[in-house]
Design a protein around this ligand. Structure first.
Ligand SMILES: O=P(O)(O)OP(=O)(O)OP(=O)(O)OC[C@H]1O[C@@H](n2cnc3c(O)ncnc32)[C@H](O)[C@@H]1O
Ligand SMILES: [Mg+2]
Length: 197
């Protein structure tokens, strides 16, 4: 079967990619269980730049076709933060609960109508004989005043997804995969994936 490496160490993302790719005729490998996979520094100024850095570095090392995901939460009232700093918003050690607490604190006095936000996902594909391709997808919603639901990962408990009428952490994985930023981005990548093999 066709094989693609997903250059992520995030278990939540890896799980979603496994489900999303099960509909395609492509086997995926992630970096989640590889102890010696390098930590690619995310020094870019956009989701697209960071996805490209991750895809190109892992492709260079493995010589394989690699897809990388750089994603995050963009909050209008916070001028787009946490944005590309979503994973390390409350510090370098990457703590989902601390990140959520920081956002809830910063948004504590913002009224309902000004709590608009979106999840953003950039996907980059890089391979030995190709120019890197980058696509993106978004999911619109609002920041809740407190956590709701226990599914998903990252900021899901405080993100109310408009299209679903509930928090991202109250959705089953199938529901999330129908409306998520990651699913939207992957949908934009499908025509490219078909030309890779
Ligand atoms: O770089 P990799 O190894 O892929 O893993 P990461 O966790 O560092 O991933 P990012 O650099 O792309 O940072 C994205 C952060 O944004 C958040 N995020 C992205 N997609 C999300 C989703 O679907 N639901 C909730 N939070 C999400 C989550 O907290 C991630 O840590
Ligand atoms: Mg990262």
């Amino acid at each position: 079967m066709k094989q693609v490496i997903i250059a992520t160490k995030n278990r939540g993302k890896a799980r979603e990619f496994e489900t999303l790719f099960s509909a395609l005729d492509v086997e995926i490998l992630t970096l989640v269980d590889l102890d010696d996979a390098p930590d690619v520094e995310e020094t870019g100024n956009s989701f697209e730049e960071n996805a490209t850095l991750k895809a190109e570095e892992i492709s260079k090392i493995t010589g394989q076709i690699v897809i990388a995901d750089d994603s995050g939460l963009v909050i209008d009232e916070l001028d787009g933060r946490p944005g590309i700093f979503s994973a390390r918003y409350a510090g370098e050690e990457k703590n989902d609960e601390a990140n959520i607490d920081k956002v809830l604190y910063e948004m504590r006095e913002v009224p309902e109508e000004k709590r608009t936000a979106r999840f953003y996902c950039a996907l980059a594909v890089s391979g030995p004989n190709m120019k890197t391709i980058v696509v993106s997808g978004t999911c619109e919603g609002k920041i809740l005043f407190e956590r709701k639901g226990t599914n998903g990962f990252g900021y899901d408990p405080i993100f109310y997804a408009t299209a679903a009428g509930k928090s991202m952490a109250e959705m089953s994985s199938n529901e999330k995969n129908e409306i998520s930023h990651r699913a939207a981005a992957l949908n934009n990548l499908k025509p490219v994936i078909e030309t890779l093999f």
